[in-house]
Design a protein around this ligand. Structure first.
Ligand code: SF4
Ligand code: SF4
Length: 430
């Protein structure tokens, strides 16, 4: 970190000793997993910098924004429309945590057999570790799964800042109607909180900003389809994780710079793994920072991860938003429609997800799929069977992994992944 932020952290009420411990673990993990990679694109420098300042400069920026009367809105799910937050001049921050720290404290409020993601955000707050939660003016939850739904009640008791959007679990007309009303209510909530009126112009501008960000992420995804993959899956995962909390305009410009460099790499045949290395796609539960475990195991075993069918990945940027509206109501309707295209496992039925998975496997030239579910994430654990049957029919190598944030199963994961990569290699050589 470029300077000493102790005073800022103290004022935010962080537990300084525990926070120092967290930062040192993070810095070491980053060094070992990220900085040890060979042949990284030069433009990754920016993203390394963002991570090094994740609890420093970015928090300082948020506190500056608050002084300028901007509201900081924390979110846990890609169903929360960033466009509306920007339209009231707010800052949207993704809050999920991907580390095991604090899960013991979390278990004093929620059951032990809760998914690691929920335990982590509860644990971070209870242990005084998250400057984002402390900076937020509003924390937006959603009813995508039972675990989150109930955890937000507890989270609200602890933070007093939680607002919950109801996400329906089907996509019939009545569900779409309910969702549209939820988006309208959220727009009202933001207007009330910020005292900023949402106008057509502001909506169009914020949609433009978010569309540009999604287009840059789509561009990165397309570049990963090249064999020689020009960037590691680890680096691409990091960029996707950063997309949730960096300033969107700056992030988009930096990502496009990186993509220009990757374009050149693809043209001149420069890649991060030897040509013909197994190309793996990951599908399933989201991976919040610093959950880099599975990518590290796969790429450490000689394969390259070419895509993530996940909310920290394709599900977040697959669809853009149409700006063809002339009233605020029309804009809000367009937003509601766009978000209903998300194929989260919370929906029933969810055949769209299977179609999207097949499409991704083709466009990314993947030759194996690993379905990843966080332990106790019933939604993705359940859907993995459907995904398996689709790819079994096509004779596509498939591996199901259920794990949490602990590092205890690293050895076992490595053995399973290596065996899986052997199957891909055998298939590739036939
Ligand atoms: S997996 Fe579903 S619930 Fe989780 S972030 Fe994505 S859309 Fe939201
Ligand atoms: S990982 Fe699964 S169980 Fe955990 S919050 Fe997300 S959808 Fe719910």
């Amino acid at each position: 970190m470029s300077k000493d932020y102790t005073t800022m952290w103290k004022e935010l009420g962080l537990n300084l000793q525990a926070h120092d411990g967290l930062l040192s673990v993070l810095t070491n993990a980053y060094k070992n997993i990220y900085l040890s990679q060979k042949n990284r694109p030069a433009a990754m420098d920016y993203f390394d910098f963002v991570i090094s300042e994740v609890h420093g400069l970015r928090i300082e920026e948020l506190l500056e924004a608050k002084k300028a009367n901007k509201k900081i809105i924390g979110t846990f799910c890609i169903f929360v429309p960033e466009e509306l937050i920007l339209a009231v001049n707010g800052v949207c921050i993704g809050l999920c945590s991907g580390a095991e720290v604090g899960s013991d404290s979390a278990e004093t409020h929620i059951p032990r057999n809760t998914c690691a993601l929920i335990k982590s955000f509860m644990g971070f707050k209870l242990s005084g570790l998250c400057p984002y939660v402390e900076s937020a003016d509003l924390i937006v939850g959603e009813t995508t799964c039972d675990g989150k739904k109930k955890a937000y009640e507890a989270f609200n008791e602890i933070t007093g800042k939680v607002y919950v959007m109801e996400v329906p679990h089907k996509k019939d007309d009545s569900d779409r109607f309910l969702w549209k009303e939820e988006v309208e209510k959220f727009a009202d909530k933001l207007t009330e909180l910020s005292s900023e009126k949402i106008t057509v112009e502001k909506l169009k501008e914020s949609i433009r900003i978010v569309n540009e960000k999604r287009l840059a992420l789509q561009r990165l995804s397309k570049l990963r389809a090249a064999d020689h993959a020009p960037i590691s899956g680890l680096d691409a995962l990091l960029i996707n994780q950063i997309s949730f909390f960096d300033n969107p305009v700056r992030f988009t410009a930096k990502l496009n710079e990186l993509c220009d460099e990757l374009d050149k790499r693809v043209k001149s045949g420069v890649g991060v793994a030897p040509k013909g290395s197994p190309r793996v796609m990951i599908a399933g539960s989201p991976m919040a920072i610093p959950n880099w475990k599975l990518h590290a195991v796969i790429e450490g075993s000689g394969a390259v991860v070419v895509g993530e069918e996940s909310c920290v990945g394709e599900r977040n940027y697959r669809t853009l938003l149409d700006t063809n509206f002339s009233t605020v109501e029309g804009g809000i309707e367009a937003i509601a429609e766009r978000y209903m295209t998300i194929d989260c496992a919370c929906f029933t039925p969810n055949t769209e997800r299977l179609d999207n998975l097949e499409e991704m496997m083709k466009t990314l030239n993947a030759n194996g799929i690993i379905h990843y579910a966080l332990l106790f994430c019933t939604l993705y654990m359940m859907e993995s069977y459907k995904v398996q049957s689709v790819f079994k029919e096509k004779d596509m190598p498939f591996l199901r992994i259920e794990t949490d944030y602990s590092l205890e199963d690293m050895g076992q994961l490595k053995t399973r992944v290596e065996a899986f990569l052997e199957v891909i290699r055998e298939g590739n050589s036939n």
